[in-house]
Design a protein around this ligand. Structure first.
Ligand code: ATP
Length: 266
């Protein structure tokens, strides 16, 4: 079944018109006898916010792991900006502009927020050889400048000199986003960005997501349906490894199969 023939409502313009930044064709991942992602053909529209939703075990995280090169597909292909990328290594994909932010902590707790971001800014551009070390030094000023811009963007300038371990939970999540932004992504995958947050922290991260979306294509895995419906331009609903439906928030809200499989059980 292709994703296109799952649509019930076709009166609104397709959010996938225009060139997709990432597309999959027949993407499949099996773990033994379990098919976690099953023949998924999906387009992620450039310059939009796409949310991937679905019940627990639907295959959302596995799909992210395929996008970022953590897993090799059992079958099918993935194209990013027109180039085939399935089977490529995660660090190569980061350099190509495909970046993922994790729910897990990926910063150094005893370094300051500024130092963490500055390190991340340098990381994608330098290797570990002697020549790289020279480049590294020449890039230091640029890295410092870039770190300041990112600190401001994620609203952490006022705590730039705090060690990361001293930041509040919400501020740490901002720092994790900052570290991903330091890789200068074109496509930014966010895995449950609001998980475990207070309503106030959630509001702040939603504002940040919307601000980031001004110039970076975003794909979110998010369980909070209010947030999903509020900020997404495009939603893909997964169920048992397949894409059950995709479309605008209104199209998804009105899709009977989605209501049966997912929303109705909320
Ligand atoms: N590395 C793995 N080895 C074996 N099975 C796995 C592996 N990763 C995921 N699975 C299985 O694949 C299926 C899809 O899991 P996945 O984590 O992708 O779902 P999900 O939609 O992200 O769920 P959740 O919302 O609970 O995070 C599940 O049945 C899961 O147990």
């Amino acid at each position: 079944m292709t994703t296109n023939d799952t649509m019930d409502v076709t009166t609104e313009p397709s959010p996938t018109s225009g060139k997709p930044i990432l597309s999959t064709d027949g993407l499949t991942k099996r773990f033994g006898t379990l098919t976690a992602v099953d023949d998924v053909s999906l387009e992620i529209p450039t310059g939009r916010i796409t949310s991937i939703i679905g019940p627990n075990g639907a295959g959302k995280t596995t799909l992210f792991n395929l996008f970022t090169g953590k897993y090799e597909p059992t079958a099918g292909r993935i194209d990013f900006r027109g180039n085939r990328i399935d089977g490529e290594k995660p660090h190569y994909l980061v350099k190509q502009g495909l970046v993922r932010s994790f729910q897990i902590t990926n910063f150094f707790g005893d370094l300051t927020a500024r130092e963490n971001i500055r390190l991340a800014t340098q990381a994608p551009h330098t290797g570990f050889g002697p020549r790289d070390f020279l480049t590294h030094h020449r890039n230091l000023d640029a890295a410092t400048e870039s770190a300041e811009r990112i600190l401001e963007r994620v609203d952490l300038s006022h705590v730039a000199d705090e060690t990361a371990s001293n930041l509040s939970y919400g501020q740490r999540r901002h720092l994790e986003i900052a570290i991903s932004l330091a890789a200068d992504p074109d496509l930014f995958l966010m895995d449950e960005p609001t998980a475990g947050m207070s309503p106030e922290e959630t509001g702040e991260i939603v504002d940040l997501i919307e601000e980031i979306a001004a110039d970076i294509t975003l794909v979110l895995i998010e369980h909070d349906m209010h947030i999903v419906m509020d900020i997404s331009d495009h939603i893909a609903v997964m169920n048992e490894g397949t894409v059950l439906a995709h479309g605008t928030p209104d199209q998804i809200r009105n899709d009977e199969r989605v209501q049966r499989a997912y929303l109705g059980s909320e």
